[in-house]
Design a protein around this ligand. Structure first.
Ligand code: GLA
Length: 393
């Protein structure tokens, strides 16, 4: 949808008055390094050109009016700034509300109500971080409308994560919000989640495309399965810490894991820790491979990442496994793996441009035959991070 159309829609929904300012925050795809971000490891995601737009203006009262063009049938959600709490009836608005709640809790007073109109082109529920994009774009709206000078993009990412953890009850790491806030066109972000040190790494794939395949499945209880995995990693870490001096699983290398795994008395916990440790090392190697222009090695690491997420972390599912396995057998596929939180969602594949059509048709046929579902494909570009698009004319 064009900016002009969004502005017209804004007026249709909220009426005449001050013109809104316009903001944008992208979704993300993670190339490698999943379930490492809450283990003090590395991640290697990139922001997409797809994302969420917010058109916003302050009100003279304390009312918060939120509307999403993606859920237009739900209409405008009205609430008061004095009374922001998580409720199931609030549906998607729990994301922006959580960010407002976080700002207030952290000492950034939001002194008036707002009209905010959202529109996003990230496929919902696909694991491409549409919720992080809403959180980050809301943070940017608050920073700008309330002139919160010391709020940086990095702080916005942290506030988004805080809100998701403490308001929405999803114990996510920092990867999604950080990528949405800090992305850079044509670059992936190599982020050390332990220190938040990061580097923008140019990704020029020439004759290769980044192809995302949406399995269209979303297994129930994703957030509880995710939270369980996180707890398992913490338990494993606690067992190791009884004997060795480490702060997070990201402090271990594969040899150390082999040496000390005996300290983890439970076999399942051992597998979870093995994934967290090995995935972190793979992510570091993937950066080396990319720098050395060794894209084949990068692809092999992606494939190994999938095996580890499937077998050790058990965060994949039959549908996604089939998409990945089918991709591995096709010509021109450099690497393919599940991406993001898992338990459904998307795969990310690096595919030679000349083999794209075969990739899509083969995956569609095999997947439809097995599960009766049509996968969706997005050939994505690496976009920039969150930004203000325009002031009122
Ligand atoms: C979800 C979470 C992230 C990260 C990934 C897995 O996207 O929001 O913090 O843990 O899963 O890598």
């Amino acid at each position: 949808m064009k900016i002009q159309d969004l502005k017209m829609k804004f007026t249709e929904i909220f009426g005449e008055g001050d013109e809104p300012c316009i903001y944008f925050a992208p979704g993300r795809v993670n190339l490698i390094g999943d379930h490492t971000d809450y283990n003090g490891g590395h991640v290697f995601p990139c922001a997409l050109t797809l994302g969420t737009y917010a058109l916003a203006r302050r009100r003279s009262d304390q009312l918060l009016k939120l509307y999403s063009e993606n859920f237009s049938s739900r209409g405008v959600f009205n609430s008061s700034l004095d009374d922001i709490e998580y409720t199931t009836e609030a549906e998607w608005t729990n994301y922006p509300k959580g960010v407002i709640w976080t700002f207030c809790k952290k000492g950034y007073p939001i002194t008036s109500g707002m009209d905010i109109f959202f529109y996003g082109d990230i496929p919902g529920g696909a694991g491409l971080s549409s919720s992080a994009a809403i959180e980050v774009v809301t943070g940017l709206v608050l920073k700008d409308l309330f002139k919160l000078e010391d709020i940086t993009l990095e702080k916005i990412a942290l506030m988004g994560q805080y809100s998701e953890n403490h308001f929405n009850g999803m114990n996510c790491g920092i990867m999604d919000q950080f990528t949405s806030a800090m992305g850079k066109e044509g670059h992936a972000i190599f982020l050390d989640t332990n220190t938040l040190e990061y580097e923008h790494v140019p990704v020029s794939l020439k004759n290769i495309s980044i192809l995302i395949t949406n399995s269209k499945v979303k297994h129930s209880l994703i957030s509880s399965a995710y939270n369980d995995r996180r707890k398992e990693c913490e338990k494993g870490l606690n067992m190791l810490q009884k004997m060795i001096d480490i702060n997070s699983l990201g402090d271990l290398n594969n040899e150390q894991f082999e040496r000390y795994k005996i300290l983890i008395s439970d076999e399942i916990l051992q597998k979870r820790v093995k994934h967290a440790v090995s995935e972190n090392r793979r992510t570091v190697h993937a950066l080396d491979a990319l720098r050395a222009d060794d894209i084949q090695e990068f692809g092999r690491l992606m494939n190994k990442s999938h095996l580890s997420l499937r077998d050790d972390f058990e965060a994949s599912c039959d549908e996604v496994d089939l998409l990945v396995k089918t991709a591995w057998e096709l010509p021109g596929v450099i690497g393919s793996r599940m991406t993001g939180g898992g338990f459904g969602g998307c795969t990310v594949s690096l595919v030679k441009k000349r083999n794209r059509n075969l990739f899509k048709s083969k995956l569609t046929a095999v997947y439809q035959e097995a599960f009766g579902l049509l996968p969706e494909f997005y050939e994505v570009e690496i976009g920039g991070g969150a930004k203000k698009i325009s002031d009122p004319a």
